[in-house]
Write a protein that binds this ligand. Structure first.
Ligand code: FAD
Length: 520
């Protein structure tokens, strides 16, 4: 008898989502995680001082809010397993050193009023952008949580109507081009340009224009979900669901190989030589660059194309701090989930990504900040606070230094930059923890070379071609019953709950009616 029906390699939220659907369908599930903790990019840890709970990676769960997994509570994560979200009124705010701010509210009328302070024309254009985003949202949403439509079919479909052609054009233009068409005020343009930056690309990158509509549509309809207790609450709810349905989740189990009988995946071998067999299938959070190593029987062309997938030059570096008191912004008493500390000039924002492309630091750090204790005080002792700051750097340190040695100096630079906008940084910092791009990769192989989306989000690595045309439907050619999950699969990086699409494909192969998999 096999050790399990289904083995999941990795306890990231996507693997857990796929495993949970299969467990609810009655399969015996075994999840194996290499880290000593669970959750991959959805993890909350005491990284600094006791009692201060930091989201080491993802902090706001944006795109999973439109997933039927949560919308219809298909696995009972809300009703039965304790998952709760706070959805603050202001998901995102740009803050400039001169004290001006530009909040994006869930209510478009309030955002338009904020934009009106810069330009009346831009405020009216924004309302049109918001209306269009809301109109396109259902179609976009329908494409995110199930297997992607083949590239040719989706292009042909869009080409059949004027609206489809407009969407296609918006998909192809750069955010910069789009903002030039739409807005007149530099700060309004820069504000939306920064949104592209959160996807690790320059606003000048072609094929990023649609991002502004997707981001705005989600932000207004669903808000930015802040999980009560931290990002790890999603992991905890999924683990509870799996265990409640007889599954097992084991930490400290590093899978070094997927075994096969020549055509079909049969099990896994751990680093310590332990073997586990799987009767029905294996879910692998396996980065395309590592796939040939973990799956020796991979057909050569599949291996070659997986190895050549491109990673962004904008690697992520983060600082998590325990604070003696909440942040005091020079702009006043402001509240948002994400604060973008904006360069004075839009061009500096654009140039940041050019420099990263050449392997240099950005001329002005692009620091984003979250202070989630503002929305969820349960994460730290009373009266105290935490912050999570992020910036983009080259994976290879420009001066050839080892990031393990250089990271504290860079963390100091991030905090120096923050001090231009925030009165009590670094004075209020009790302790901090910095993750360089190398640490990022150590905490999860998905974040290879510090790419928090696994591989770059470019058109040739999107939709059914993410990560490659062969692997774009979550199956692995030549090795039946091996299925992929990860930010490097459709729909991409971020907390999407995309493991649902992998579960759909598996259900099809296993003769299970996916729509019947529900926790009552
Ligand atoms: C700094 C940072 C900030 C982010 N902020 C946000 C945010 O605010 N909002 C958002 O939506 N997204 C954010 N993201 C992105 C988001 O965290 C990821 O896209 C998402 O968590 C990916 O989930 P996943 O389950 O696909 O992969 P992962 O979370 O990477 O999980 C994969 C898991 O598999 C394990 N694993 C891999 N190989 C093996 C093996 N061989 N054996 C055993 N276990 C293995 C890994 O250890 C890991 O735990 C952020 C990412 C980073 C790095």
């Amino acid at each position: 008898m096999s050790d399990a029906d289904i083995i999941a390699i990795g306890s990231g939220h996507n693997g857990l989502v796929a495993a949970a659907y299969l467990a609810v369908a009655g399969k015996r599930v075994l999840v194996l995680e290499r880290n000593a903790w669970l959750g991959g990019g959805c993890v909350t840890r005491e990284l600094t001082l006791p009692g201060f709970h930091h989201d080491q990676h993802s902090m706001s769960h944006i795109f999973i809010q439109g997933n039927p997994l949560l919308l219809n509570d298909e696995l009972g994560l809300h009703a039965k397993y304790g998952l709760k979200y706070i959805r603050p009124d202001v998901p995102m705010m740009s803050v400039w050193e001169d004290g001006t701010t530009l909040p994006l509210h869930r209510d478009p009328a309030k955002s338009a009023e904020a934009i009106r302070r810069f330009s009346a024309k831009d405020a009216d254009t924004f309302l049109e952008l918001s209306r269009q985003a809301a109109q396109w949202l259902p179609m976009i949403q329908a494409s995110l949580y199930s297997p992607p439509m083949p590239l040719g079919a989706s292009t042909a479909m869009m080409d059949q109507s004027a609206e489809g052609r407009e969407i296609w054009r918006t998909m192809q233009v750069s955010t910069f081009d789009l903002m030039e068409e739409l807005f007149e005020h530099e700060k309004v343009k820069a504000h939306f340009g920064r949104v592209a930056g959160e996807n690790l690309v320059s606003p000048d990158e072609k094929a990023t224009g649609i991002g502004a509509y997707v981001f705005l549509g989600f932000l207004e309809k669903f808000g930015f979900g802040v999980p009560v207790g931290g990002s790890g609450s999603l992991t905890n709810a999924l683990v509870a669901c799996i265990e409640d349905h007889g599954g097992k989740v084991i930490a400290g189990a590093d899978v070094r190989e997927v075994t096969s009988d020549g055509s079909r995946a049969t099990g896994v071998v751990l680093d310590d030589g332990t073997r586990h067999s799987a009767k029905d299938g294996i879910i692998g959070a396996i980065h395309p660059h590592l796939l040939p190593e973990l799956v020796p029987s991979l057909p050569p062309v599949v291996a070659k194309n997986a190895k050549r997938t491109h990673i962004t030059p904008a690697a992520c570096i983060t600082v998590h701090a325990a604070l003696d008191e909440p942040l005091r912004f020079k702009a006043g008493d402001i509240s948002a989930v994400m604060y973008e500390l904006m360069p004075a000039n839009y061009d500096d924002l654009r140039r940041a990504f050019d420099e990263l492309r050449y392997g240099n630091f950005a001329p002005v750090p692009l620091v984003g900040v979250g202070q989630l204790t503002q929305h969820d005080p349960s994460r730290c002792p009373e009266g105290k606070a935490i912050f999570h700051a992020w910036d983009y750097v080259p994976y290879q340190h420009p001066q050839g230094l080892d990031w393990d040695e250089a990271k504290s100096g860079y963390a100091d630079q991030i905090m120096a930059r923050m001090s231009n906008y925030i009165e009590n940084v670094p004075d209020a910092v009790l302790a901090y923890h910095c993750d360089s791009p190398v640490d990022m990769e150590r905490t999860s192989p998905s974040f290879r070379r510090g790419d928090l989306h696994g591989i770059a989000t470019t058109t040739y690595q999107s939709g059914s071609h993410r990560p490659t045309p062969e692997l774009g439907q979550y199956r692995v050619p030549g090795i039946e019953r091996l299925y992929l999950v990860g930010p490097f699969q459709h729909p991409g990086g971020g907390v999407f709950g995309a493991g649902r699409a992998t579960a759909m494909v598996m259900a099809e192969d296993l003769g299970i009616e996916f729509d019947q998999i529900r926790v009552p």
